[in-house]
Design a protein around this ligand. Structure first.
Ligand SMILES: Cc1cc2nc3c(=O)[nH]c(=O)nc-3n(C[C@H](O)[C@H](O)[C@H](O)COP(=O)(O)OP(=O)(O)OC[C@H]3O[C@@H](n4cnc5c(N)ncnc54)[C@H](O)[C@@H]3O)c2cc1C
Length: 426
């Protein structure tokens, strides 16, 4: 049914992408957010890679060894800094249940389908909103400094399902430099790489803010910032509005795009999605010599960092840290790791004094795929949350699926959501 009055809670990239899809389907949309503007929380300074070639569930057979090494401080990029956290143990127990080979394959397949579909929707949406210059669809690189690691990944691409690998190409050192000449200065450190033609890159914050502006101006979407949703008004199993610190906002349907804060809101309704805040860090530098900065985004699979270039800026992100819900500190040791990487790879090509550091919490589900669908005990409450390390990659596709389900009940993809007893999953 079209023309409904839909309230979306959350103006991160997922909430704004949901607003776009719903407004374009003919609904009247209001987005409510506690922040001062769009994309101020986890969507603020992420790596910006639409990492379709990297869509894989964290939980899998290799994750157990990785967590044990992280506890022993021997895993690059992964840290556990808060053990006395009941939420971590409860989330961790569920994560472990998804570490079998079959669960990993099932969850990765869901993420791959969501990411592939989302890539096309992002492209179309960017064109429709006049923002196509903000996302570059030129592919991305996965780099290896370690020969054995490179050989293992190259073999899996060569021997794997070509369709699922999305036309990935294995590149030895020379072909890598040919594809991305700016890596020449780092050539002696690199064993090889994989080129993924289906990856894209763009500044998620800039895209979300400009999309919100266009939606408000041309598609009558209302944004209410500085407004915290504190609960719901209900009539039996129907939500009639959201309660906020600025009064009630009436609704025919509500979509929760509240990232790591989702369970704080839903507990009053008797369920709590398992979304753990996995902390990450980014640094952004002004580029002084563009000829020495790769144009293609890349993930360094050995040191576990992601690198992207937009306009005159270089962004580097790193770390998956289990630090509890409230820790948004920026410890010098983490920032030094980012500074050190940039100095080693790019030297004087960036201005070292221009660094701007940020931390964000990836809203991560134990299985990997987001919670996507209708909440069982309410006939008009929808959830679109828990996109983990792939929120920018999957936002447009997930927004489109929620809009399709809410409008017609039929969706172009099925069985892509994480499952839960309280959810009718898409
Ligand atoms: C270091 C790092 C690098 C990353 N790199 C990438 C990448 O390269 N590619 C990729 O695809 N993803 C990446 N991600 C993941 C991506 O950033 C997230 O998955 C995505 O931003 C989540 O978006 P969201 O809209 O769900 O959450 P958020 O952006 O956190 O938005 C949630 C919004 O809900 C609002 N809210 C919550 N509760 C309430 C309430 N009660 N009332 C009102 N408002 C409320 C918040 O204020 C917030 O604005 C990265 C993340 C990190 C940390």
């Amino acid at each position: 049914m079209k023309g409904r009055n839909v309230v979306i809670v959350g103006a991160g990239v997922v909430g704004v992408a949901s607003a776009a899809a719903l407004a374009l389907q003919g609904h009247r949309v209001t987005v409510v957010d506690a922040s001062t503007g769009p994309a101020e929380v986890c969507s603020r300074a992420n790596a910006g890679i639409l990492a379709v070639g990297h869509a894989s569930a964290w939980a899998g057979p290799s994750a157990i060894g990785s967590m044990l090494r992280a506890i022993a401080h021997r895993e690059p990029g992964v840290r556990v800094t808060k053990y006395a956290d009941p939420a971590l143990w409860s989330w961790g127990a569920r994560f472990l249940c998804h570490c079998t080979a079959s669960a990993h394959a099932r969850n990765t397949y869901k993420l791959q389908r969501l990411s592939r579909m989302s890539r096309e929707v992002t492209r179309d949406l960017a064109i429709r909103l006049g923002l196509d210059d903000l996302v570059r669809h030129e592919g991305g690189l996965y780099l290896f400094q370690n020969e054995d690691q490179f050989r293992e990944h190259a073999a899996s691409v060569r021997g794997g399902n070509a369709d699922l690998h999305g036309g990935m190409v294995v590149l030895d050192r020379a072909s890598l430099i040919e594809r991305e000449p700016a890596l020449a200065l780092a050539a002696d450190k690199l064993a090889g790489g994989i080129y993924s033609p289906i990856d894209s890159v763009g500044d998620c914050h800039q895209f979300t803010c400009q999309a919100a502006e266009v939606l408000a101006r041309d598609h009558a979407v209302t944004f209410r910032f500085d407004t915290r949703v504190t609960g719901f008004t209900r009539h039996g199993g129907t939500i009639t509005g959201v309660e906020t610190d600025q009064g009630e906002v009436k609704a025919d349907a509500v979509v929760l795009a509240t990232g790591v804060e989702t369970s704080n809101l839903t507990r009053a309704l008797g369920f709590a999605p398992h979304i753990y805040p996995v902390k990450g860090y980014s640094g952004t530098w002004t580029i002084l010599d563009p000829s020495r900065i790769p144009r293609l985004p890349f993930v360094d699979e050995t040191e576990l960092l992601a690198v992207a270039r937009y306009d005159g800026r270089l962004r580097v992100t790193a770390f998956a840290e289990f630090a509890g819900s409230h820790d948004l500190s920026l410890p010098e040791a983490r920032l030094d790791a980012l500074r050190d990487y940039v100095a080693r790879l790019f030297g004087k090509a960036v201005d070292p004094d221009s660094a701007q550091f940020w931390t964000g919490q990836r809203p991560s589900t134990p299985a990997g795929p987001p919670y996507l669908g209708r909440v069982r005990k309410c006939d008009n409450l929808w959830i679109n949350a828990g996109h983990g390390q792939l929120g920018w990659t999957m936002a447009a596709g997930c927004g489109a699926l929620i809009a399709q389900a809410l409008t017609n009940g039929a969706t172009e993809l099925q069985e892509v959501s994480s499952t839960a007893s309280w959810l009718d999953p898409i």
